[in-house]
Design a protein. Structure first.
Length: 118
């Protein structure tokens, strides 16, 4: 509730300031940037970097759950680590494996073609 009230006041102040401004230059509004960072979770990354002592709490309570929504039962670091590559790491991993198979086939064909040419 406090964040919502703060954002409402910030937006009202930005509108008040823009109505009195003589500049035609339209710059991004702080309220828009803050709202987007709240939606994307960027706020938690910045907060973690700004407070090394609070880093672990912010990480475990705000960042880690974003990555483990689909698989909350991970117990060891080795099982958890791939989840931090990207939020959709399963798609990324599948794509990389597919790319590797295609690469291996093309590589084999290139060497087979090179051998036949001699």
């Amino acid at each position: 509730m406090m964040r919502g009230e703060f954002m409402d006041i910030l937006i009202a102040e930005e509108q008040r300031l823009s109505s009195t401004s003589t500049s035609n230059h339209e710059s991004p509004q702080l309220s828009d940037i803050m709202e987007e960072s709240w939606k994307m979770g960027t706020l938690w990354y910045a907060l973690a970097l700004a407070s090394p002592t609070g880093l672990f709490t912010v990480f475990y309570k705000q960042i880690q759950p974003i990555f483990l929504e689909n698989c909350p039962e991970h117990d060891t670091f080795q099982q958890i680590m791939p989840w931090y590559w990207a939020q959709d790491w399963v798609k990324v991993a599948a794509s990389k494996l597919s790319n590797r198979k295609e690469y291996d086939i093309r590589l084999q064909q290139a060497f087979e073609g090179d051998t036949m040419a001699k």
